[in-house]
Design a binder for this molecule. Structure first.
Ligand SMILES: Nc1ncnc2c1ncn2[C@@H]1O[C@H](COP(=O)(O)OP(=O)(O)O)[C@@H](O)[C@H]1O
Ligand SMILES: [Mg+2]
Length: 241
C-alpha cells in the first residue's frame, strides 16, 4: 500500500530507531510490513536476526541501485507497508528510494540545528519539486529529544522548519534507554516490558503516538481504526514519481 522511506545522510540521526519503532507499532496493529534495509551496515537486519520470528513481517537486505526499483515495486503490491531504511551517507540509493516513496520521513535531532544530513535530503526534495515537478510528501520527525525538557529550543527548531514550509510530525521521538535496549536485546519495544524491573510504558506511548501521526499522514482514515487492513477499505496512494 504505502512506501515510507527514512532518510538523513548523517549517521546517528535516529533513522533506524525511528524505522524500527514505526515497524513494530504497525505490526502491533496487525499490518503486514516489509522492510528494505538499504544500509550496508545492516543495523535493521541485525536486529531482526536476533529477534524471534515476527509474523506478518519480512526484510529485504543487500539491495543495490540496480535492484531497489524492482524490489520496492514488487513489495508494495504485496505488503501493507514497505519501510525503507537508508544508510547515513550520501548514496545513490537515496534518490531511487525517495522517488518511489509515498512519504519520506527525515529524522532530525531536536536539540541541534547543525542537521546537515537532514538539510541535504530536504534540499533534494525541494529541488525535485521546483525543478522537476516531482512532489514527494515528506516530514521531519524530531528525534532523540530529551523527554525531561519540553524544550524551548525544540520548539524553535520546529518553528524554523515550519517557517520554511517543512512539515514536522507533532510527536517527537524522545531519547529513551528503552529505544536503545530494543537494539541491544533484539526485541520489539513492547516485549521489553517482559523483563523484570522494566517499565517501558512511556516509551510505548511515545512510539504509539508517533505511529498515529505517521498513519494519519500516509493512510488517513486508518489511523484511528484497529484490526487488519484486509478488513478495511482504503484509497491506494499513488507513487509521486
Ligand atoms: N530516541 C532515541 N533514544 C535513545 N537512543 C537512540 C534514539 N535514537 C537513536 N538512538 C541511538 O543512537 C544511535 C544511532 O541511532 P540510529 O537509529 O542507528 O541512527 P541512524 O540510523 O540515523 O544512523 C544508536 O545507538 C541508537 O540506539
Ligand atoms: Mg541506520
Amino acid at each position: 500500500m504505502a512506501v515510507i522511506t527514512f532518510a538523513n545522510t548523517k549517521g546517528g540521526a535516529g533513522k533506524t530507531t525511528a524505522a524500527l519503532l514505526l515497524v513494530t507499532e504497525l505490526l502491533h496493529r496487525k499490518y503486514r510490513v516489509c522492510v528494505i534495509d538499504a544500509d550496508p551496515q545492516r543495523w535493521f537486519s541485525r536486529w531482526y536476526e536476533g529477534a524471534s520470528l515476527l509474523p506478518n513481517f519480512t526484510i529485504e537486505t543487500y539491495v543495490s541501485t540496480s535492484t531497489i526499483h524492482k524490489i520496492i515495486h514488487e513489495r508494495r503490491s504485496q505488503w501493507d507497508f514497505v519501510i525503507v531504511d537508508l544508510p547515513g551517507i550520501q548514496s545513490p540509493l537515496l534518490a531511487s528510494a525517495v522517488g518511489l516513496s509515498d512519504h519520506v520521513l527525515v529524522p532530525i535531532q531536536g536539540s541541534s540545528m547543525d542537521a546537515q544530513g537532514g538539510a541535504q535530503v530536504l534540499d533534494m526534495l525541494r529541488y525535485l519539486d521546483r525543478k522537476a515537478g516531482i512532489c514527494i510528501p515528506h516530514s521531519v520527525v524530531l528525534s532523540r529529544v530529551n523527554p525531561m525538557i519540553t524544550t524551548r529550543s525544540m520548539q524553535a527548531v520546529k518553528r524554523l522548519l515550519t517557517q520554511q514550509e517543512i512539515h514536522v510530525l507533532d510527536t517527537p521521538i524522545a531519547e529513551r534507554a528503552a529505544f536503545r535496549e530494543m537494539f541491544d536485546l533484539s526485541r520489539p519495544l513492547r516485549r521489553l516490558d517482559d523483563l523484570p524491573g522494566r517499565n517501558v510504558q512511556k516509551a510505548v506511548t511515545n512510539a504509539s503516538d508517533y505511529a498515529d501521526d505517521v498513519l494519519a499522514l500516509v493512510a488517513p482514515g486508518l489511523a484511528s481504526k484497529s484490526g487488519p487492513l484486509s478488513n478495511r477499505t482504503y484509497t491506494p496512494i499513488e507513487t509521486a514519481a
